[in-house]
Design a protein around this ligand. Structure first.
Ligand SMILES: [Zn+2]
Length: 407
């Protein structure tokens, strides 16, 4: 059976059932972390930007659609590109109210609604930061992104010209299903959004940090996405008593970061510490962005009387705070944290958006063929200077210098 990819011209809010709320968005269930991660066993209700009735069976909208092949499908590789031309399973149908949150994790259609919702959520967030629609880099050749929610016996996820594909291994379905992993979908969406906004290489990328920068940004977009879930922000803050100066190197704090996105940024890697492999090379810059986020968060806490720690007294708060001081801070704040939780949460969400905006707005000033981490950090500081991150530019510069992005 074919999906609804050709019926997009008929999008309309007409025909919605009783109780529809056309202008509020559309509800889906999303796991902020894979459901086998403790504390994330239940999905969260998420509202996507297109209003109820504008997301059709598939799910499908004017930017992306799910294609769930009946036959075993091989991952796309040139010259084979979307749209998928084989038979498709029946599309996931919205309820009479136009929403999709009636489709539970136990339903066969859940991988379709979940992977679509994760992808669409990341696009909504990034378009919000940029302040306009992001045009796909594969337009006009293809007008929409095709999401393939599961490819059997393929332990991977990939994105490319018009597609996002998610594998699962037969041996360990529960933990290997990429469609249930917001982090993986968001990472791939990060690549697609960056390709669309920054553009493609004209040369082969030699002598640039184009590929490593892509990995850093894809990871950081995944972190920004995670920090848009109440479940995640509540858990991270309550577990750490609002103190994000946790550091993986201190083993006793390792349990404070269940979320993969947080774990991967919690390091003290400088440029000199990593090799040339793109994922490895991406880590100091990505962690530098996380340092910046924590700087803004701690600054807001201090300015609002929620913390006695003034980040501006340190040239890089996360890296310079002595372990003993972190521990004292953690112990001291446990008891009275609950009274500060909502104010701390507001500060973290504001810090997330301040740094998120700088990242996406820095792309305007970058040329893929001349992209180095140094030019990327400069563009990031310039974007900060132009927006509401201006008071933190000095702190951002210190963070990037500590990571040896600037020499
Ligand atoms: Zn990647």
């Amino acid at each position: 059976m074919r999906g609804n990819r050709d019926s997009i011209a008929h999008l309309s809010e007409a025909g919605l059932g009783e109780g529809a709320e056309p202008s509020l968005g559309t509800r889906f269930l999303v796991f902020p972390q894979p459901p086998f991660v403790a504390g994330y066993e239940k999905p969260e209700v998420v509202w996507l930007a297109p209003s109820a009735g504008r997301i059709l069976a598939g799910p499908a909208d004017n930017r992306m659609y799910v294609a769930d092949p009946v036959e075993p499908k091989r991952p796309y590789a040139l010259p084979v590109l979307p749209p998928y031309r084989g038979s498709l399973r029946p599309p996931a149908e919205p309820g009479p109210d136009g929403h999709f949150d009636h489709i539970a994790p136990s339903s066969p259609a859940f991988l379709s609604t979940h992977s679509y919702a994760c992808a669409r959520r990341v696009l909504d967030i990034c378009e919000g930061y940029i302040g306009r629609t992001i045009k796909w880099f594969f337009e006009p050749g293809l007008s929409r992104l095709e999401i393939v929610p599961h490819i059997r016996n393929w332990d991977n996820a990939q994105s490319g010209f018009g597609f996002l594909e998610l594998g699962e291994s037969e041996a360990d379905k529960a933990t290997s299903c990429f469609a249930l992993n917001f982090d993986s979908v968001a990472h791939e969406m990060g690549h697609l959004i960056l390709l669309s906004e920054l553009g493609l290489l004209e040369g082969n990328g030699k002598g640039t940090d184009f590929f490593a920068y892509h990995e850093a940004i894809a990871d950081f977009i995944s972190l920004l996405g995670l920090l848009h879930f109440d479940t995640a922000v509540d858990r991270i803050l309550r577990r750490t008593s609002g103190n994000l100066l946790i550091n993986n190197e201190l083993d006793r704090f390792a349990e404070l970061s269940d979320e993969k996105q947080i774990r991967s940024f919690n390091n003290s890697l400088r440029t000199r510490d990593v090799g040339d492999e793109v994922h490895d090379r991406s880590r100091p810059f990505a962690a530098g962005l996380f340092d910046c986020l924590v700087e803004v968060y701690q600054s807001l806490l201090f300015e609002r009387g929620l913390s006695d720690l003034n980040p501006r007294r340190f040239s890089n708060l996360r890296q310079q705070m002595a372990p003993a001081l972190i521990e004292t801070n953690l112990r001291g704040s446990k008891d009275d944290y609950e009274l500060k939780h909502f104010a701390s949460k507001a500060a973290l969400q504001e810090a997330r958006d301040i740094v998120g905006e700088c990242v996406v707005r820095s792309w305007l000033g970058l040329d893929p063929d001349y992209l180095t981490f140094e030019t990327a950090a400069e563009a990031f500081l310039e974007a900060a200077e132009r927006g509401r991150a201006r008071p933190y530019v000095g702190q951002f510069e210190d963070c990037m210098q500590w990571r040896e992005i600037f020499w």
